[in-house]
Design a protein around this ligand. Sequence first.
Ligand code: G3I
Length: 372
Amino acid sequence: MKVTRVVAGAAVAAAVLVSLNATGAPAAPVASVAPVAAAGQDAAVQGGNADTLRALAKRAGLKIGTAVDMSALNNDATYKDRVAAEFNSVTAENVMKWSEIEPTRGVLNFGPADQLVAFAKANGQSVRGHTLLWHSQLPGWLTEGVASGDIDSAELRQLLKQHVFDVAGHFRGKIYQWDVANEVIDDNGQLRDTIWLQKLGPGYIADVFRWAHQADPKAKLYINDYNVEGLNAKADAYYELVKQLKADRVPIHGFGMQGHLGVQFGFDGRALQNVQRFEALGLETSFTEVDVRMLMPADNPKLHAQANGYSILLRACLLAKKCTSFTVWGFTDKYSWVPGFFTGQGAANLLDENFGQKPAYQAVKETLALAG
Ligand code: G3I
C-alpha cells in the first residue's frame, strides 16, 4: 500500500506546494474529482461506496478516524450511519477517560467503551484508545483525595498504575494505538504543572508507558498533545522529551498531534518538517483530534480557509513515511465540543449541523483521492 502512497506522493507534493500558505487564505483548487454523493445520502446504505473517506483512505494506506460521541451514536441514526460509512478508525471522545470509567473509586464501568469497541468490530474499524493519563477529566474522588492529603504520593502512584493496568488490560488486543500520556507539556515548553508532576516527579511519564506496554504489548503507545503540529517551543520540547524516553528504552511508539486549529490563527505550513523529525527518532506519527474552528458566523472565506487547514495536516500525513492515522475530533458541527469551550466560535468540523458536506470535507476527499 505504501507503494501507492509513494507513487502518488508527487501528486500530493504538488498539491502541498499549491496550498501550503500559512495565512489560511483560500488555496487554489487542487484538483476536482467526481462530485461526491449528495449531502444527506446515507453512504452506508450504498454498501461499499467507493466515494467515502474510508474507501479513499484505504487506497492511500491510511486510517481515517473520528472521535465518537456515544450519546449521538445511540440516539442519532444519521450520525451512526456516517460514522460507519466514512471512517475506518474510531476514538472514544470521552468514555475511556478515568472520570467516565471510574466515577466511584473501585467501581469500573466499561459499558459505553465496550459498546464502541463492539460497534467498531461490527463495522471493520480499528480503535484508538484515549487516554490513560491526563490532568483533566479525572474522577472527583481522586482529585479531592490528593487535594485533602488523604491520597499521598505513594498511593497516587499505585492508583495510577492500577488504572493503567485496569484499562489497558481490559482492552488488551483491541486497541491499535493508545494515547498513553496526554498534554504533559505546557505551551511554554515546560513539563505541565499537574498533580502527576507535583506528586510523582517527571518519571511518571516513563512509568505509564512501561505499565501500558506490560498491559497490552501489541498496542502502539503514543504521547499526544495540541499546538505541536508545526515547529515551535512546545513541539521542540516534545522532540527532546521523546529523544530522552527512547534513549532510556521506554516503550514509546508514536507522536500524536491533536490538530485543534483555528482559522483566526492561521496555519503553520511546516507540519511535514515536524512530522519527519519525529519519524527520524524512530516513531510513527498520527494526527489525532483534528478540527478547525472559526469565529462565528461562518462565511465562505472562513470555510475555504478551514478546508486549507485540514488539507495542510492531511497532506503532511500522506507525504510522511510513517504517519499512520488521521482522526478528526468529531465530523459534524451538530455535536462539536468547540462552542461549549470557546464562546463565539464553532463550525469546526467536516460536515455542518445537518450533515451537509462543507468545503473541508471536499478538500479531505480530494487530498485522499490524490494520494490513493
Ligand atoms: O459525563 C458528564 C455528565 O454525567 C454530566 O451530566 C455532564 C454535565 O456536567 O457532563 C458530562 O461530562 C462532560 C464530558 O465532556 C462528557 O460529555 C464534561 O462536562 C465536559 O467537560 C467534557 O468535555 C470534553 C472535554 O474534552 C473535556 O476537557 C469534550 O467532550 C471532549 O471533546 C474534549 O476532548 C479533549 C480531548 O479529550 C483531549 N484533547 C483536547 C480535547 C478538547 O478539549
